[in-house]
Structure formats: C-alpha cells, structure tokens
Design a protein around this ligand. Structure first.
Ligand SMILES: [Zn+2]
Length: 244
C-alpha cells in the first residue's frame, strides 16, 4: 500500500497548517470542509486505485470475486483534488466560450452535464470511482453510455455490477431514472456507500452554497445564487436515493 501526497498551492498549504490531521476524524464522521472539497491531503490506498482504506479493501474483495466470472474491474478515475477538478472545469469553460463562442451561462450548463463544479465532485472523497472492464482492449473514449449497454464491450461488467456490487457496498450514483435531474446517466460511476453516505451528510451540514460562493476560478464569477441553488439540488443531491 502506498501513501499518496498531493501538492497544494500556497493558499491551501496555509490552510492545511492549521488543520488537524484528517486520520483522527475518519471514524467519528466529523469530516472537515477541506476534505469534503478535495483540498486536504488525505490518505489513499493502492496504486492506480487511490481510494480510502475501507473502500480500497472492499474494492479488492469485489474485484477478486468478479475475476472468477472473467471480469477485470478496472478503475479509470477515482480520487481527484479540487485543483484537478478546477483545471478540468476551466479547460472546458475556455473551450466552450472562446472556441465555440457560447455565452458563459450556456457553457456552464453544458459543462455540468457531466463535469462538476470544483469542490462538489464526489471524486474528491476517495470513495467514488469510474470503472471499465480491463479484459477489453480500450478503443477511443471509454466512458460512453452505449458501451455499457446491449452489445457494448462493457455490458457484461455492468450486468455483473447490477447483480453484485451492492453486496460489496458499491452503488451506482447517477442512475438512469428518467425523473432524475442533474448529471446524466453514468453507468460507470460507483460509490462506496458506507463512507460516502456520511460524507454527503457532513457536506450538506456545512452550507455548500456559502462555500461555493467563496471559490475563485475561471468562470466562477458567472455563478448566480439561483444557479448554485439548483445545481446543489439537482447535481449534488438528485442521485440514487440510497446514497442520501
Ligand atoms: Zn465519475
């Protein structure tokens, strides 16, 4: 097992100096806002896995059992820091507004079909992951809904997960419920519920809206209170109800 450290920029570094080490909080569920927003130096386990310890152990168990059915559950994305998410957001924002000439609010609506506003990604928590089947040679973009359905290459993986993942604690977050708002259907994104449920509860208790209004990155000056309110209701909270 390997401990990973993440480089913090100077403003986060000064915050970190005054923050009590995260490890003592992990079992009493008192998560800090820095940890919930991807700004803390958290302990992650497994090369190319990068999950919190309990989620990592559960993942290894699940992967072993799936291997017996010829499925190699492979993580393509798990932990992501605030800074990494901000880079993704800013790159898309600049591409949509400058190259595609979209107006800022349309660009933001387009970004939040699949990508989060930095600070609100479940990938900040070390509990969530995007997966594919490692037995299939990847071709082009892998996180594409059609590839997880019908005759798609990841259809057997999705079927196996539908039957088995919940018994290991992993739940689909962005389901195909037609009444669900927010992020589109993501058949590849799973969350380790025993940790992520209390983390979401903690996040909701911290006044997410107030935290987001303080953030500064390219495009954040376009956020109105109305936009942030509906973003939190739809994209952060309109998920698989089991995870609430
Ligand atoms: Zn994801």
């Amino acid at each position: 097992m390997k401990r990973r450290s993440f480089i913090k920029n100077s403003s986060f570094a000064s915050l970190a100096l005054t923050t009590t080490p995260i490890s003592i909080f992990q079992h009493n569920l008192d998560y800090t806002i820095e940890e919930l927003m991807g700004k803390a130096d958290i302990e992650l386990f497994g090369e190319d896995i990068n999950l919190k310890e309990e989620a990592y152990d559960a993942f290894l168990n699940m992967r072993d059992v799936a291997l017996d059915s010829g499925i190699d559950i492979k993580i393509v994305s798990s932990y992501r820091s605030f800074e990494r998410q901000a880079q993704i957001f800013e790159r898309k924002y600049l591409s949509y507004t400058e190259e595609s000439n979209m107006i800022p609010l349309d660009a933001i609506d387009k970004i939040v079909e699949y990508s989060t506003i930095p600070g609100t990604s479940r990938h900040h928590w070390g509990t969530d992951m995007d997966i594919i089947d490692g037995t299939v040679e990847p071709q082009g973009d892998v996180l594409v809904t059609e590839k997880f359905e019908g005759k798609g290459p990841y259809s057997p993986l999705k079927e196996w997960m539908d039957k088995n993942s919940e018994s290991f604690g992993f739940y689909l977050v962005y389901t195909d419920d037609p009444k669900r708002r927010g992020f589109k259907y993501e058949p590849w994104h799973y969350s380790y519920a025993p940790l992520s449920k209390p983390m979401l509860t903690a996040f909701r208790s911290k006044n997410i809206m107030k935290q987001l209004e303080k953030e500064e990155f390219i495009g954040s000056d376009q956020f109105t209170s109305g936009f942030l309110k509906s973003y939190i209701e739809d994209n952060v909270l309109d998920i698989n109800p089991y995870l609430l």
